[in-house]
Design a protein around this ligand. Structure first.
Ligand code: SAH
Ligand code: DHB
Ligand code: MG
Length: 226
């Protein structure tokens, strides 16, 4: 077995035990496939991880940047307490339409608000509306903009807010400071900003599994003593 096959087999073993699929999750992936959306949703184990984070933080207000077909949204929305809400931002009207159907089928549309447009345009609208502070913020859209999304996340946060950023490690390519890959530079800037920002305490957890070698940055917003 190749490394990737070993990682995928272990991913499947744990997911089947602890993050089993169900009719709504299966239907969402099938609808994404039928609509030819890219298969870049979080994995089942990653979805369960986000689900548990919502529960552990007792988040009532969640912001997601990068909806796609709403697969990660379903995992998180199912963890919300009564009255909890997710706002999810998506550039593509087509993706948003597929996601809305997936969330409706899963009975979650009452808890999820979708905002269509480039996130760098919809984030300032959220700030102007005073839609925050959010308890949990998940950044999973275009990676070169992650440093910009992190700045908006800080504006829409409170002390205690948890910020999670997907796809930071990029098969380890993140260590190459000279990389011409804008995704890698986006990761590096994001983590370096987290390191330099006194309002954040953060870590990167590498992952292996069905999506290969990657990882999340996880940060908590903290008060800064002046
Ligand atoms: N969180 C999803 C996967 C998101 S994939 C899941 O795990 O199920 C990334 C999504 O970000 C895509 O749907 C893409 O259209 C969207 N995206 C890309 N650039 C964007 C931008 N500038 N603003 C908002 N969304 C963007
Ligand atoms: C891609 C995007 C993602 O959010 C992800 O988890 C995996 C891959 C991509 O754009 O290729
Ligand atoms: Mg991702």
């Amino acid at each position: 077995m190749s490394e990737k096959e070993i990682w995928s087999a272990a991913d499947l073993y744990f997911a089947d035990l602890l993050a089993p699929s169900d009719a709504q999750l299966d239907a969402a992936l099938a609808a994404n496939h039928a609509a030819e959306l890219p298969a870049i949703d979080v994995s089942r184990n990653q979805g369960k991880f986000l689900h548990l984070l919502v529960r552990i933080t007792q988040a009532k207000r969640v912001l997601e940047v990068g909806l796609l077909g709403g697969y990660s949204t379903i995992w998180m929305a199912r963890a919300l307490p009564q009255g909890g809400r997710i706002i999810s931002l998506e550039y593509s009207q087509k993706h948003a339409d597929v996601a809305r159907k997936n969330l409706d089928r899963a009975g979650l549309l009452d808890r999820v608000q979708i905002r269509v447009g480039p996130a760098l345009e919809t984030l300032p609208v959220l700030a102007a509306e005073e839609a925050g502070p959010f308890d949990l913020i998940f950044l999973d859209a275009d990676k070169p903009n992650n440093p910009n999304y992190l700045e908006w996340a800080l504006k829409l946060a409170r002390p205690g807010t948890v910020i999670v950023v997907d796809n930071i490690v990029r098969q380890g390519k993140v260590v190459d400071g000279g990389s011409s890959d804008a995704n890698v530079q986006g990761s590096r800037k994001t983590v370096e900003r987290m390191a330099a920002e006194p309002r954040l305490s953060a870590v990167v957890m590498q992952t292996v599994g069905s999506k290969g070698h990657d990882g999340f940055a996880i940060a908590v917003v903290q008060e800064v003593r002046s």
